[in-house]
Design a protein around this ligand. Structure first.
Ligand SMILES: [Zn+2]
Length: 243
């Protein structure tokens, strides 16, 4: 691949250090311009107790931020990331601090540039049956949030949503049910960003047999959990799974 906009994307790592290490190893590759991480970045927890919050905090503090910092120093490349619904929001201050120090860039509520592309992110998901509620929002509130950026999609715009849009290849659970967000779908239909990246529904690509879908002209991708993919933003149909 010869392009100035080749990125690595991975989501739902849930604290898997072996996948992170593989990501940073691949990220060092000459052609890769940036790494994008789509949420659920810390170890998976079964409840909301203080000790669980502390485990995630410790992971961010002692592994994730120092590791990203080293990657940045060694390779002079940007890491874009955000939280997902399984990351306790109370620990978000660590990422904000790291961004202030120039270690990483936060996608949620941010606007960033990667050459001629505009990057954004949105962590909130539509309600789930799971324990952690910090990044859940009702559909009507997601709709309200997204309305604000509806007219702001640049010609080359990439938006990372933790949740997938409903009724696509990207939002099917084991029962065959579609559980994606209506409001995210509605937003994509209207705003038509060039590309959207998603996660959250780990099993969907396996069940639908497809990591990609199209809503109007927008290319939407969910690679599945902890699957690192290489995307040439200027030739997006050419997605390479690194494993
Ligand atoms: Zn996840």
């Amino acid at each position: 691949m010869e392009s100035k906009n080749i990125i690595l994307f991975v989501t739902d790592l849930h604290g898997d250090v072996s996948v992170y290490e593989e990501l940073f190893r691949l990220g060092a590759g000459m052609n890769v311009k940036a790494i994008i991480i789509g949420g659920d970045i810390t170890p998976f927890m079964m409840g909301t107790g203080e000790e669980n919050i502390a485990i995630q905090r410790d992971f961010i503090k002692t592994y994730l931020i120092p590791r990203i910092s080293k990657f940045k120093k060694d390779h002079k490349k940007v890491v874009f990331l955000m939280f997902g619904n399984d990351d306790f929001k109370v620990n978000y201050d660590l990422l904000i601090q790291a961004e202030k120090k120039g270690v990483l860039k936060l996608l949620h509520q941010g606007i960033h540039k990667l050459n001629d592309w505009t990057l954004r992110g949105y962590s909130f998901v539509n309600p789930t049956p799971f324990f952690i509620k910090d990044w859940e929002r009702k559909e009507k509130d997601i709709e309200k949030d997204l309305k604000e950026i509806e007219n702001q999609c640049a010609e080359k715009s990439l938006i990372v949503f933790h949740a997938p849009p409903i009724n696509t290849n990207l939002d099917i659970i084991y029962t065959g049910e579609h559980v994606g967000s209506k409001s995210i779908r509605k937003f994509i239909e209207k705003a038509q960003p060039t590309m959207t990246l998603h996660g959250h529904i780990h099993e969907s690509p396996e069940i639908s047999g497809n990591t990609m879908d199209k809503i109007g002209e927008t290319i939407c991708i969910n690679p599945g959990n902890a699957k690192i993919i290489l995307i040439d933003l200027d030739n997006p149909k050419n997605i390479i799974f690194t494993k």
